[in-house]
Ligand binder design. Structure first.
Ligand SMILES: Cc1ncc(COP(=O)(O)O)c(C=O)c1O
Length: 396
């Protein structure tokens, strides 16, 4: 479905866009869950029309469902793109967006601090499709320029990046790539469309883990891809091949979460800045990697392309690695867990989260050590979180 941008403000659109025809749903305020795999046609002609032209009719939920369309309309509007597609997870959104662009023998430039499964997909493409990948830190524009080859097809970004939260110059990179016909894909899960709109900065394709801030309640899994019209045919084709639509209920849950996204993001941001500032001043904390802190080395760049900062960051504790378990084990309010973006605060030992058998020296070179803790600041009172961190830091 091609989106028309509404004249209303962003939050108003988020609440109402895509739901104008609720007379079809007996004027229910909340759209019902179309928990069906199948939509039937009354006549031969209607069936042929649905199959050949789509339009307002649905035939099979893997190809489309009203719950998906309402959500995609809002996401396209939030990201200021033409169209959006819903997928069954953030990882499926990433793999569809990348696979849609790639042919055997292509070259990809990617940042080295990518979310682990994105990096695994690139390893897989190197193995199976003779694709060549050049990794760059992403902190300097010249790295991308130097890595370009005649067969470079795609640049894969995540800004701010997982674990170290380094930022890439999205305007500079998209200008460079456009001048060479190279497609740019970014994972925008960290910022959500509330704090960063990469398409406006010239990036071609945006992906999200809807599992995180978009849904915001740690009760579902999903992904979204947003792009302008020229990129969508390839993405739609790949999505169809992958068969990666979620169940209607998952779309409904994500949509319910999204209605409060702007106010949740504001609160997450406020609380995260308070906690990050507290940690920065703590004698047992060596450093804090939060793009929202004025002391963050790329704060100026981050500010120039983001309108706010979310609530995921990392900090390094000044202690021997043997003292890290007592720190984690004495947290009372903050839980230990992999995900983020929900209402609850979560932390994770960064190095441990990569699993067994990793090259610790290589990780240390990019600042990922046993002492690095990734923290997602939820919607609890900031004072309670600081108290919890304070008593746990006493244990190191
Ligand atoms: C930055 C980032 N992108 C994508 C994903 C994957 O999302 P999902 O778990 O919805 O597949 C995650 C999950 O942790 C993530 O942290």
């Amino acid at each position: 479905m091609i989106q028309q941008h509404s004249i209303h403000g962003e939050t108003t659109n988020l609440l109402h866009l895509g739901e104008e025809n609720n007379d079809r749903y007996m004027n229910s305020v909340v759209p019902p869950i179309f928990q069906t795999s199948l939509f039937t046609s009354s006549t031969y002609e209607e069936f042929a029309e649905t199959i050949n032209h789509g339009g307002d009719s649905y035939c099979y939920t893997r190809y489309g469902n009203p719950n998906f369309d309402i959500l995609c309309r809002k996401m396209a509007d939030l990201e200021q793109g033409d169209e959006a597609l819903l997928t069954s997870s953030g990882v499926s959104a990433i793999s569809i967006a990348i696979m849609a662009q790639i042919q055997i023998g292509d070259h990809i430039i990617a940042i080295s601090n990518l979310y682990g499964p994105t990096r695994s997909l690139l390893d897989y493409l190197e193995d199976k499709m003779n694709v060549q990948v050049t990794y760059v830190t992403g902190e300097h524009l010249y790295e991308f320029e130097e890595a370009m080859q005649p067969n470079t097809r795609l640049v894969v970004l995540e800004s701010p990046a997982s674990v170290t939260f380094c930022v890439q110059d999205l305007r500079g990179i998209s200008n460079l790539c456009r001048s060479r016909g190279v497609v740019t894909v970014i994972d925008n899960s960290y910022s959500s469309p509330i704090f960063q709109k990469p398409l406006k900065l010239g990036i071609d394709v945006v992906v999200h883990s809807a599992t995180k801030y978009l849904s915001g309640h740690s009760d579902t899994i999903g992904g979204v891809i947003v792009a302008n019209k020229p990129h969508m045919p390839k993405i739609r084709k790949q999505h169809k091949i992958a068969g990666s639509s979620p169940a209607p209920f998952e779309a409904w849950l994500i949509l319910r979460g999204m209605r409060t996204l702007p106010i949740r993001m504001k609160e997450h941001s406020k609380c995260a800045l308070a906690v990050a500032s507290f940690l920065e001043a703590h004698p047992k904390v060596r450093s804090v990697n939060y793009p929202g802190l004025p002391s963050f080395r790329q704060h100026a760049l981050a500010k120039s392309q983001m309108s706010g900062f979310s609530s995921l960051f990392s900090f390094e504790i000044d202690a021997p690695k043997e003292r890290m378990a007592p720190f984690f084990n004495s947290l009372r309010l903050i839980k230990i867990g992999l995900s983020w973006g929900g209402y609850e605060s979560i932390c994770v030992p960064s190095l441990v989260s990569f699993g067994k058998g990793i090259d610790e020296e290589q990780f240390a070179k990019i600042g990922i050590t046993h002492q690095l803790v990734r923290l997602h600041v939820g919607l609890e009172n900031a004072d309670d979180l600081m108290e919890d961190l304070s008593q746990a830091l006493q244990q190191v």
